[in-house]
Design a protein around this ligand. Structure first.
Ligand code: SAM
Length: 161
């Protein structure tokens, strides 16, 4: 699927779980997926970025931590996702997250003026995504038939509990 590995990023965060060394980093591969020039807003000197990223993880003590952990076990840092989007896309671009989870990528798209597209397999997390998008962007999520999510949210929560 991928033509080229562009870089390997190390996300440094507070230690999480682990029964030997507790894990304090995650690896993020940057791939190129099609021919032609890649988009980089870093190479142009507009953004000063390295391949070591330091952002709080889900386990870092901060406002909203407990809600984040209740929403999804691997919720990501939205500033980190927004910075990654700003590095390699242009305003109005479509950004796709095929494993949308807690919807952090989609929230980051709203923060950066990109068009987010996502797929989430688990209905429980799909509704978490819609609720977080509504809270963080002020938009009103709607079903295909035009019904506002707020009208059916509690009955849907009962279905997937
Ligand atoms: C590690 S989480 C993703 C975190 C997310 N990218 C974020 O920024 O918050 C992975 C998610 O992928 C979902 N998933 C697993 N298999 C899937 C599939 N085949 N299609 C869509 N989503 C899937 C899981 O339910 C889980 O919520």
């Amino acid at each position: 699927i991928f033509l080229e590995t562009k870089n390997l990023i190390v996300w440094v965060k507070d230690p999480g779980m682990g029964n030997f060394y507790r894990s304090a980093h995650e690896l993020c591969y940057v791939f190129k997926v099609s021919a032609g020039d890649h988009t980089s807003n870093i190479a142009l000197g507009r953004r000063n970025r390295s391949n070591v990223w330091r952002y709080p993880g889900a386990n870092t003590f901060r406002k909203g931590r407990m809600q984040d952990l209740a929403d999804h076990p691997t919720v990501k840092n939205r500033k980190m996702c927004a910075d990654a989007i700003l590095d390699v896309t242009r305003p109005g671009d479509i950004v796709f997250d095929g494993f949308a989870g807690a919807g952090t990528t989609l929230v980051a798209c709203a923060m950066t003026g990109r068009r987010g597209r996502g797929i989430e397999l688990d209905p429980k997390y799909a509704d978490v995504i819609l609720r977080r998008l509504a809270e963080q962007t002020g938009c009103e999520p709607m079903l295909d038939d035009g019904t506002p999510l707020s009208q059916v949210a509690s009955s849907r929560a009962g279905e997937v509990a």
